[in-house]
Design a protein around this ligand. Structure first.
Ligand code: UDP
Ligand code: MG
Length: 239
């Protein structure tokens, strides 16, 4: 079988304490898989030591590639830049804050042949209860309004066939709708239970209030896009 190439794309915004332990864990996991791999860190305008630490790590491990934004542009922009840079045939996404467990990556890779997108589902969420409740409500509303059944779209730990990430035209906030966008392009999606850990270092970049309105508007847009998506089958063409 052909050796697969995995690109792990990780947005980073002020995660200085998490960089070194994250890289150590990733290196350990990569040792256990037969595939070739690269790790693409996208520094989304950090103003702490994140980028300095990433640069240091990249001199020691040639699999680590770096992209640095001039200023904070948001998580979707970071994913977009990472997708454009990724060279792998499979793209894995995750957070930099150690809340996603790199040891789940082999699990996603096992499923990616059968499906085009594999989404992590944080079945035992390790966040403050208010975040867990609001996220449950948000997922419920999102699924109802966009006629979806994605249990946990906010989980960054996902794996995509390269063609999927290439097909998605992204806008701010759209990282929360990756599965829907991929399905709209005809790709298949599955979900797997993944580990979720409490944030030990640094702080969350989101609050409930700073995303509720914007996320709702995004949902209306995605609902519209889904409804208005061009859907036709050509049975015959002539010269
Ligand atoms: N992040 C980013 N740009 C932003 C906000 C967040 O690159 O503008 C990164 C952040 O460093 C982390 C991931 O996106 O790696 C998820 O952010 P966070 O942990 O704050 O979200 P939460 O887990 O609280 O939903
Ligand atoms: Mg987090």
């Amino acid at each position: 079988m052909l050796r697969r190439e995995i690109s792990i794309v990780i947005p980073v915004y002020n995660e200085q304490e998490n960089i070194q332990p994250l890289i150590a864990e990733l290196q350990e996991v990569l040792q256990g898989i037969p595939d070739a791999a690269e790790i693409v860190f996208v520094d989304d305008g950090s103003n702490d030591r994140s980028f300095a630490l990433l640069r240091e790590a990249s001199t020691r491990d040639p699999r680590i590639r770096l992209i640095r934004f001039r200023k904070n542009a948001g998580q979707t922009a970071a994913f977009d830049a990472g997708f454009n840079a990724a060279r792998g045939t499979i793209v894995v996404t995750m957070d930099a804050d150690l809340q996603n467990d790199p040891h789940d990556i082999p699990l996603l890779l096992k499923k990616i042949g059968k499906f085009d997108v594999v989404c992590g589902w944080r079945y035992k969420r390790n966040d403050p209860w208010i975040r867990i409740v609001s996220s449950k409500i948000a997922n419920f509303v999102r699924n109802k309004m966009s006629q979806e059944e994605i249990i946990d779209t906010g989980c960054s730990l996902k794996a995509f066939r390269r063609e999927c990430v290439e097909s998605m035209k992204l806008f701010k906030g759209m990282h929360r709708f990756f599965p829907t966008l991929a399905k709209m392009e005809g790709f298949t999606v599955t979900q797997v239970k993944v580990n979720h850990r409490p944030r030990r270092f640094g702080t969350t970049k989101y609050t409930i209030t700073n995303r509720i309105v914007r996320t709702f508007i995004d949902l209306l847009v995605v609902r519209w896009m889904k409804k208005r998506h061009l859907n036709y089958e050509i049975v015959e063409t002539t010269r």
